[in-house]
Design a protein around this ligand. Structure first.
Ligand code: FPP
Length: 248
């Protein structure tokens, strides 16, 4: 029996031999989680960052190939400066810790988004984690940072147009595959499953091009409370769906 072969019994029945290749998560609900506890919003982000570590480790342990998370959107700069700086601080802390244990964890990391407006130290940490982990095989974690789906598509369109002007591309030859190679996600398969916790039922500018045929899973659970068992429920729900990609 393939069920739960490599881990203790769980409530949700997941077939771990047929996992989706790529799961993407909008880590939403940190602020509400903190408010419910009378804590500042930043405490919610700290709990969210800790939960990201737990879920990423679990994804690696069950053999998931790709996990993509939305850490900071192109619109999140509108938040109060202290909140933005707390999120950036958590990212720095996470990356410093990740670098120190990279050889042990061997998780490949990539960043989707325009990193240039970020603090130079954070940019350097992002580049360093990408470089160190570039040859790792197995699980790849993509962190969307200063990322927006529309921004990504616009950048790709501009870069393609520039290549046409240079004579390296022809507009008439453009295919979905070629266009995909101009996106931050170049080389990464499209997400099979997009999860949004916290009760919001919208996509919020996340992986717009890539999620064309993704299955969506929404839950009221807030991100810091989104446990491994909650992920198992999402995986089981995904496995119960019939994906037809426009066919019958
Ligand atoms: C959305 O919740 C969450 C964010 C905009 C930030 C997510 C950031 C982290 C989890 C921390 C850093 C990440 C890593 C990868 C270490 P919200 O603030 O919109 O929650 P609300 O809707 O309840 O207000």
């Amino acid at each position: 029996m393939a069920f739960l072969k490599r881990r203790p019994a769980a409530e949700a029945q997941v077939d771990f031999d047929h996992l989706p290749r790529h799961v993407a998560i909008i880590m939403d609900g940190n602020g509400r989680w903190a408010k419910k506890r009378g804590l500042p919003r930043t405490a919610g982000h700290a709990a969210g960052a800790e939960n990201f570590r737990t879920i990423a480790t679990y994804c690696k342990d069950i053999g998931l190939e790709y996990l993509t998370v939305y850490a900071f959107s192109t619109e999140n700069w509108k938040r109060p400066a202290e909140e933005v700086s707390a999120i950036m601080g958590l990212l720095k802390k996470y990356l410093l810790e990740a670098i120190s244990r990279m050889e042990r964890d061997r998780v490949k990391m990539r960043f989707f988004g325009d990193l240039s407006p970020l603090d130079p130290e954070l940019q350097a940490l992002c580049r360093r984690t990408e470089e160190i982990s570039t040859h790792y095989e197995g699980c790849q974690v993509n962190i969307c940072l200063n990322y927006g789906g529309r921004d990504e598509v616009l950048r790709a369109a501009k870069a393609f147009a520039e290549d046409c002007v240079r004579g390296d591309q022809k507009p008439g030859d453009l295919t979905e595959e070629t266009f995909g190679s101009y996106l931050f996600s170049d080389g990464v398969p499209d997400p099979d499953l997009v999860i949004r916790p916290s009760g919001e039922i919208r996509i919020s500018n996340f992986l717009l091009w890539q999620s064309a045929y993704a299955e969506f899973y929404f839950t009221d659970v807030l991100w810091p409370d989104f446990t491994k068992e909650e992920l198992n429920k999402a995986l089981a729900a995904y496995q119960g769906r019939s994906r037809r990609f426009g066919g019958v």
